[in-house]
Design a protein around this ligand. Structure first.
Ligand SMILES: NC(=O)c1ccc[n+]([C@@H]2O[C@H](COP(=O)([O-])OP(=O)(O)OC[C@H]3O[C@@H](n4cnc5c(N)ncnc54)[C@H](OP(=O)(O)O)[C@@H]3O)[C@@H](O)[C@H]2O)c1
Length: 372
């Protein structure tokens, strides 16, 4: 498969680009013309530099020129849109431009490429499991109803999903709406491009007011290492491309689903792995969904909070609510096992707890065979 890929410099895109060669997937990265203050693309991704096209998802047809469109139409099998404004405390206007208009422009672009080539080209959009807003219980891989609890970021991702549903008609490109779980760093190296709010839990460990963390009794942390999410996403895109035409957009939860650990279990495993990491322990206090949601969305009304603290508090709802992302649709698309991250691996990634050193064989050759 050959993909036109946006967001390649981001947390998820970096992992997709890293895995692609092993999977026999070729990538054409779409990169913004100006990225002030960031490492130049050619330096960060030398192996992709030659294939790069320049564009911006906020522009119609992502700002691609006619000749580039012809070239892409002849070669790509899927357009995968991982570009996003992921600032949870960002302005509604910016969130709308990148997340909603970007999704819609990507659909128009895929339709145009399909029209020019006469071949089937699929469109995958990275949404988020957090479009669930304040919904509890089992979350279906299906369109979600309006919800007053969504943050501006969640609302923008939900609007993007609505927009893609609305635009989809038979004969148009098949659409995958991949709702991605929260991402941690690479499962092998721990490398992470950004430290989202889950990491802020680790970073603010000693600053949490009152040493308490409010969470529902059955609260789960649906989170994946970024390479695991990237591999599953590539499998899902391939599955959609392999299958027959779909009358509706396909929703799939690229997540740990029913395998996601509980917040209490995750913290206890972290403490068991490295007691010295946690100077002071904190208490996970049972709270109602309303309390968790209110605190995560509105505490800034009564407390003067920096943007970093606002992002941290938003993250409370991602570790404090009792819900499970269903994965039946994902299982239909993916040819193999679904992600099952171990709680130990997640705890190590989240709190930067190194893997234990491998035991060395002792000099006594009689004993060493037991340690192989
Ligand atoms: N990370 C998570 O925990 C998580 C969880 C659920 C869902 N998601 C979703 O997954 C997707 C990828 O997330 P991520 O964490 O990888 O994001 P990220 O690290 O914030 O990276 C965002 C990417 O989007 C690109 N981008 C931003 N605005 C653009 C524009 N106008 N035109 C073209 N490219 C643009 C950025 O390029 P520059 O290098 O030019 O800035 C960057 O490559 C997003 O849609 C996000 O909502 C992420």
């Amino acid at each position: 498969m050959k993909l036109l890929l946006t967001g390649v410099t981001g947390q998820l895109g970096t992992a997709v680009a890293g895995l692609a060669p092993q999977r026999g997937v070729r990538v054409v990265p779409l990169v913004r013309p100006a990225r002030p203050g960031q490492v130049p693309f050619e330096r960060a991704f030398p192996s992709l530099a030659a294939d790069r096209v320049t564009g911006d998802v906020r522009r119609p047809l992502w700002g691609l020129e006619d000749a580039v469109l012809d070239e892409l139409a002849d070669s790509v099998d899927a357009v995968v849109n991982l570009a996003g404004d992921t600032n949870w405390a960002g302005s509604g206007r910016d969130l709308y431009a990148v997340n909603v208009l970007g999704a819609r422009n990507g659909h128009d672009l895929t339709r145009e490429l399909q029209r020019r080539s006469g071949r089937r080209i699929v469109y995958a959009y990275a949404s988020s499991i957090f479009v669930a807003g304040g919904t509890l219980g089992r979350i279906a891989e299906a369109p979600l109803a309006p919800d007053r609890h969504r943050t501006a970021y969640e609302h923008s991702k939900w609007l993007a999903e609505r927009e893609l549903e609305r635009r989809h008609t038979p004969g148009e490109p098949d659409v995958l709406i991949a709702r991605i779980a929260a991402l941690l760093g690479d499962s092998a190296t721990g490398a992470t491009r950004r430290r989202n709010s889950l990491y802020l839990l680790a970073e603010r460990w000693d600053e949490l007011p009152g040493r308490v963390l409010p969470a529902m009794r059955g609260a789960k942390v649906d989170v994946l290492p970024r390479d695991v999410a990237a591999g599953t996403l590539l499998d899902a895109v391939a599955g959609l491309h392999r299958g027959g035409p779909r009358p509706e957009p396909v929703f799939a939860h690229v997540s740990a689903g029913e395998r996601a650990p509980g917040i209490r279990g995750l913290l206890e495993v972290a403490r068991a792995l490295s007691p010295v990491t946690f100077g002071k322990w904190l208490r996970v206090v049972p709270a109602s969904a309303e309390q968790v949601l209110w605190l995560s969305a509105h505490a800034e009304r009564v407390l003067p909070l920096s943007q970093a603290w606002r992002n941290s508090l938003t993250g409370l709802r991602y570790i404090g609510l009792d819900r499970v992302m269903e994965r039946g649709r994902l299982a239909e698309l993916v040819d193999g096992p679904l992600p099952e991250p171990s709680t130990e691996k997640l705890a190590r990634l989240l709190f930067d707890i190194p893997e234990p050193p491998r035991p060395l064989a002792p000099a006594d050759s009689g004993l060493s065979r037991f340690l192989a």
